[in-house]
Design a protein around this ligand. Structure first.
Ligand SMILES: [Zn+2]
Length: 258
């Protein structure tokens, strides 16, 4: 194994920070991000760009890993992406291994989860077991988690956040108490804001025509099943056509009682 990867493994396993020190470092990272970012203006920012993740990477690597992650990457490519499709995971870290050429890495963060949270559903939000007061808190906790996935991939070629090695590192470095989040999903928002739940009868317009249907599920948009003789046959024996409709365009016909 090359020396920079061994160094990174050592740093990850041996660094243990007291909570105040870690908090000071992340506070500085927050300030730096807000002052340098072209998208983030305040802690409940309304836009985010992949460049912001690149900035976070440099800050975190310097503040928590003495630049060891960049050294272990060497000339390997690391990309950042804001995902508009991730509706469950707050973040994801990928290693791509093309048949020819070097592997490369990517860290993606979910825009839907960040922007649905701290919006119109009011409840306490935790990411990695840490209470978050605003979007910036949530973003930092997600990023810290993904950074350790990258560290593990570089140092050990595999990474698993349900395992004790991962949880030991995130706990000693960042004080994470969990590897999960309870960010607000689109389906929770649908239920809380609009009373929309799977099974709800809804009405919507499509190309000037009104349709009545049944709400099937909510991801980015709602999936509505409309009964139609030419539709696909479902397990209840009826035929339905599927429509994907933004939540805001749905009218609830009769609330489902739970
Ligand atoms: Zn994970």
């Amino acid at each position: 194994m090359d020396a920079s990867r061994t160094e990174l493994a050592d740093l990850a396993l041996r660094t243990s920070l007291n909570r105040d020190v870690a908090r000071q470092r992340t506070a500085l990272i927050s300030e730096t991000l807000l002052s340098r970012s072209r998208s983030l203006r305040d802690p409940n920012f309304r836009a985010i760009h992949a460049d912001d993740l690149a900035l976070l990477f440099d800050s975190y690597d310097a503040a928590f890993l003495r630049g060891g992650c960049r050294r272990a990457l060497g000339s390997l490519r690391l990309d950042f992406r804001i995902s508009t499709r991730m509706t469950r995971a707050g973040g994801k870290t990928f290693r791509y291994s093309p048949r020819r050429g070097d592997p490369w890495f990517e860290i993606a963060v979910s825009a839907p989860l960040l922007f649905q949270t701290f919006r119109d559903v009011d409840r306490s939000v935790t990411v990695c077991g840490c209470e978050c007061g605003h979007r910036l808190d949530a973003l930092l906790r997600i990023f810290e988690h993904e950074l350790i996935h990258l560290v593990e991939l570089l140092a050990w070629n595999e990474s698993e956040c349900s395992e004790s090695r991962f949880q030991g590192i995130t706990s000693r470095l960042f004080g994470h108490a969990a590897h999960t989040h309870n960010l607000i999903t689109q389906s929770e928002r649908a239920a809380a804001q609009f009373g929309l739940r799977p099974g709800s009868r809804v009405r919507f317009q499509h190309e000037g025509t009104d349709y009545d249907g049944i709400l099937n599920r909510v991801t980015k948009r709602a999936t509505i099943l409309v009964e139609h003789p030419r539709g696909e046959r479902y397990s209840n024996g009826r035929r339905y056509i599927k429509f994907y409709v933004p939540l805001e365009q749905l009218i609830l016909l009769d609330p489902v009682r739970r």
